[in-house]
Design a protein around this ligand. Structure first.
Ligand SMILES: [Zn+2]
Length: 325
């Protein structure tokens, strides 16, 4: 499928076009297959909420905004992970050592909204109904999962730094508005933080997040990453494409957040090895793909995620996490 055809289609039906592109490119997303995993799970008491809310005095302003209250509580109780730039290269493990470490489960979400009659069967992998999303988040919290941020993952992968028990990373691609209106308060309810990979062409458009909302997510302790300008396939970039798809969006996101943009998610999860040096020289320290295999020499630039399907019950998600990572 040609990229020129993809973009207009995506504007109308982002999830559907993602799936169409994935299928047309022959990508195997077996780890996301809703047919996987049906066995039961052991639940452990919820520790996430306790960690976030203990030992902090909520202000009156916090009480009016539970998301801000949770953010403040987390900020005051959590030990921040080191910035990747502060980790000396000599201390960092090589690719083989990073590849050998146990992978952290990373979930990828797109739209969070109830299905409509227009949603195709395939698109529903990329559109999770609101109640299903909330049930998935509740399962993670009830099972004792702790959300981690990319700096924590980076420190773990490069230096073996410890992670919280049952770590999980929650990532959101494509800038969809419901990631702010639905995911943000739901994550806050459980003391979770997210990672939002923003496609800058969408900022401020109907059904997408605004710059102000992206800044708010960043200010509240979530990570903002780059997901290109308009979702073109990284494998096809030449010359000026790197400026349009990577340099300018990075500048836009840094201007919005006031923070360095260090993490990247490949559109459609598609990557090739020539992209790694291009991303590195632009300041990225890690990049996220989807369920396919990692690059053994450069696992930091092919960190795997699975798409948490709209079809998945909390139990299916729990089993998929264990089977896929
Ligand atoms: Zn995307």
């Amino acid at each position: 499928m040609r990229a020129a055809f993809l973009f207009p289609l995506k504007n109308l039906f982002p999830a559907a076009s993602l799936l169409a592109a994935t299928i047309s490119l022959g990508l195997g997303l077996s780890a996301c297959d809703s047919k996987t995993a049906t066995t039961g799970e052991a639940r452990t008491p919820n520790t996430a909420e306790k960690t976030v809310t203990s030992g902090t005095a909520a202000t009156a302003a916090d009480e009016a905004d539970p998301v801000k209250a949770a953010a403040n509580a987390a900020a005051s109780s959590a030990t921040p992970a080191p910035d990747p730039s502060s980790i000396p290269a000599a201390r960092a493990a090589d690719g083989a050592a990073i590849f050998a470490r146990k992978q952290v489960p990373i979930l990828c979400y797109h739209q969070i909204r109830d299905w409509t009659a227009r949603d195709s069967k395939g698109a529903k992998d990329y559109i999770i109904p609101v109640a299903q999303f909330k049930a998935q988040m509740k399962m993670l919290a009830d099972s004792g999962y702790h959300s981690i941020q990319p700096d924590q993952l980076y420190a773990y992968l490069t230096t073996g730094a410890p992670l919280p028990i049952k770590p999980v990373m929650l990532t959101f691609d494509d800038t969809d508005l419901d990631q702010f209106t639905i995911a943000r308060p739901t994550l806050a309810q459980y003391g979770f933080k997210g990672v939002y990979f923003v496609m800058t062409v969408s900022l401020g458009r109907p059904h997408y997040m605004s710059k102000t909302q992206v800044k708010q997510l960043s200010d509240e302790g979530n990570q903002i990453g780059s997901h290109t300008w308009d979702h073109h396939n990284v494998k096809k970039y030449q010359g000026q494409d790197w400026v349009t798809q990577i340099d300018k969006p990075t500048k836009t996101l840094e201007d919005i957040t006031g923070k360095k943009i260090k993490y990247f998610a490949y559109p459609f999860g598609l990557w090739n090895t020539p992209a790694f040096p291009e991303l590195k020289k632009r300041g990225f320290v890690a990049a996220f793909s989807l369920a396919e295999k990692r690059d053994q020499q450069d696992p930091l630039f092919t960190i795997r995620r699975i798409i948490a399907s709209g079809y998945w019950t909390p139990r299916t998600l729990s089993n998929s996490i264990r089977q896929s990572f």
